[in-house]
Design a protein around this ligand. Sequence first.
Ligand code: GCU
Length: 339
Amino acid sequence: MRKPKVLAVIAAAALTLTLAACGGSGSSGTPGATSGKTLRLALNQTEAHPSYIALDNFGKRLATDTNDRWKVQVFPNETLGAQQEALQMVSNGSVDMAIVSGTQLENLNKDFRVLNMPMAFSSIDGQMKVIRDKSIVGDLFTSLEGNQHVTVLGGFTQGERSVYTKFGPVKTPADLNGKKLRVQESDLMIAMAQAMGASATPLAYGEVYTGLNSGVIDAAENNEVSYFTQKHFEVAPYFSNTKHLVGLDYLIINTDTLKKMSTEDRASFDKEWDAAMTEHTNLWQKSTEKAIADAKAGGAKFSDVDAAAFKSALEPLQAKFLTTDSQKALWDKLQAAQK
Ligand code: GCU
């Protein structure tokens, strides 16, 4: 009685191995498909940030949908490296996925500048509509595949970014004169800080708290959620609502890894990633309100600015940075889609 049972176990194991070699049990046998993987994802936010929450839930749903063939392991707090390194690692395949700010991609393809421009987006809803519209962003999102092996899958809003300082509230660009303002590492962001009257200091996100605390920088600019979750309010308590930019983060993946998904698993991946974008957008407003309340409770002071003065200081950036036909065409599509 025992022998046949052992044989059945061996036969079942052999069948599992064969299925795995063909692309995984339950997969559609797509040529070149692998049976799955735990995708390592680099993130520079804390576990309390909406991006971590939405990505973690995305991974759980993906595992369920694919019978655990594909999973996502999110590494928060820059544990795999800051965004510049994360982008490099996704490109060479040592990390599978990352969330990177649009400013990082601008350094690889200047057309990304269009979406990083102050005044590109008038609302978060408009922004999410644009990045889901393949007729607008389709070419942009595949533009890094050939040289960099990086595919852009979509994104999360960064909400409205504003300036915060160690030294006091800001009302007009003149209040930033001679002050060192931390910006993300891109030419456009450097020019943006200068247009706002400041002296620009590009730094990685994870260095901002120490930079403010030690006085290497006098000010930074970000959304309220980052201001609170990174504890920047402790060292720069004056948050001035410049709202100079609706920023955008992208989910990027190594192109070769993406291509190894079976058609069926790729469909699950796309469906769950789309749901993650929706979840993130839904979480954003509440997280922003909570961050403002919590930062205020921690001593932060919020104030309004002369919005017209900032608008006219920033407007000339468009003529300076949107110079090619493809940038101008993309800008026009962006504006038309938001009408
Ligand atoms: C936001 C954004 C990050 C970015 C950071 C920064 O928090 O979501 O992707 O890295 O700003 O200012 O560097």
